[in-house]
Design a protein around this ligand. Structure first.
Ligand code: PMP
Length: 439
């Protein structure tokens, strides 16, 4: 790590200078504090990003497998989105009225994601917060259920862990300025555990189960065969709305995991890449849920609903969403992503075998996770038992110094339609060098 830190500093004099300047006026030297949570000794500044490549302030070109932690899953600045944005930019940015493309966008959302009725938000965090509000209003129930190891954004209700001894809800100790009573309103169940799920639902106090189809934010934990069919049946039996947050699992295939696996949730959420990386999130629901939402809204007094923000569904976001739904959420795009991911997975697994490392590559469509454990985990506790943050940081810094960008905090690798065989080859070479360098 010491050698790699020195190497980074020597290779990035301009980023180091910018970091020093930015420290004068930004808290922690960055516009968002978590931009310092990379394992680099100084912040890496970006000059440009295009397709699957990112050029840093020192002019090094990186093969990007982080892709803005999924925001740029379809590649940086996809041409169709960039063009739509440029055209719209001269015709108004925001008006608090729907752009005339809105009707067509609604039809495209229904077509791509399979649910009839939609609302927009700016971010996936916002969408999840609004969905929980709608769900509590529609059901009249106070509780929310999530899976241990979840992440659904900056949403108080979901910033919780499960006490492994008692199963009780714990507020994450890292949450700042908390006044929300997390244990009073959120329940946490282990993933892939139908008995625990039923125990959480049986008293009929849970408005919504908010879940990713596979956990992607604490390692990658796929659902076991048949899990979701049973889980959905349990939700129905106990009157709980099933909300699938597909912000990351959109990498599964066109329309996301639910569409490709024939599951129709009550509510479906996606953000990040849904509009090609422009701030925009969507949530859709069944006609039955739509009727319930209309009824609660019509019964409520006039005034602030607590749902929505002023810039939500602005003209730029709608232009980007329209272009993304038309040109990015397509079979051709996903075929290119899968092809790159196939080569990457095969190469990683071959390197692990060659170097005798008993580690696992877990795959979900265009994304995969390198896990320092012998088999794919079943739940968050499996992941916790095998965490090796220092090893992970060493991998990330080593790769970055060799022109490959990985997602910080975990071993996620994502392929965009612009990810080429040469990008994959560069990653595999650097990975093999890292394996060879391990003691
Ligand atoms: N849902 C999921 C599944 C996520 O992974 C994330 C972010 N990692 C979010 C929601 C929140 O997205 P955002 O930070 O864009 O609001």
């Amino acid at each position: 790590m010491d050698a790699e830190r020195q190497r980074f500093l020597a290779r990035h004099p301009r980023s180091c200078a910018l970091a020093q300047q930015a420290a004068g006026h930004f808290l922690f030297g960055v516009p968002l504090h978590w931009m310092r949570d990379w394992p680099t000794p100084a912040t890496l500044f970006v000059r440009a990003a295009r397709g699957a490549e990112l050029t840093c302030a020192d002019g090094h070109v990186l093969a990007d497998f982080c892709l803005g932690d999924t925001g740029a899953m379809f590649g940086h600045s996809p041409p169709a989105v960039a063009q739509a944005l440029a055209e719209q930019a001269a015709r108004g940015l925001t008006s608090m009225l729907p752009d005339e493309r809105a009707a067509e966008v609604g039809a495209l959302l229904a077509q791509r994601f399979g649910l009839p009725c939609w609302q927009l938000a700016m971010t996936a965090s916002d969408a999840n917060r609004f969905v929980l509000r709608w769900a509590r209003a529609a059901t009249g129930r106070p509780q929310v259920l999530v899976f241990d190891g979840c992440y659904h954004g900056a949403v108080d209700d979901t910033l919780v862990d499960r006490d492994p001894a008692t199963g009780a809800t714990l507020r994450r100790p890292s949450v700042l300025g908390a006044v929300h009573d997390h244990p009073a309103f959120t329940r946490v169940a282990p993933f892939n555990d139908l008995a625990a799920l039923e125990r959480a639902l049986v008293d009929r106090q849970v408005a919504a189960l908010l879940a990713e189809p596979a956990l992607t934010n604490f390692g990658l934990v796929p659902p076991q065969d048949g899990f979701w069919a049973e889980a959905q049946a349990l939700c129905r039996r106990h009157g709980t709305l099933l909300v699938l947050d597909e912000t990351h699992t959109l990498s599964s295939g066109v329309g996301g995991w639910a569409r490709t696996h024939g599951v129709t949730p009550d509510v479906w959420v996606a953000g990040k890449a849904v509009a090609g990386g422009v701030p925009c999130a969507v949530y859709g629901f069944t006609e039955e849920v739509a009727q319930r939402l209309r009824a609660v809204k019509e019964a409520a007094p006039e005034g602030h609903s607590g749902i929505g923000t002023t810039l939500t569904a602005n003209a730029l976001a709608l232009a980007a969403l329209h272009a993304a739904l038309t040109h990015l959420h397509t079979e051709a795009t996903y075929a290119a992503m899968q092809q790159a991911a196939d080569a990457l997975q095969a190469g990683l697994e071959a390197a692990l075998r060659r170097r005798g490392r008993p580690w696992t590559v877990t795959r979900l469509g265009a994304r995969m996770e390198l896990q320092f454990m012998p088999t794919t985990p079943r739940n968050a506790d499996d992941v916790r038992r095998h965490l090796q943050p220092r090893l992970e940081q060493s991998l990330h810094l080593f790769m970055l110094n060799r022109g490959v960008l990985l997602t910080p905090f975990h071993g996620m690798l994502l392929c965009s339609p612009a990810t080429s065989a040469a990008h994959v080859e560069r990653l595999l070479q650097a990975f093999d060098d890292w394996l060879a360098a391990l003691v």
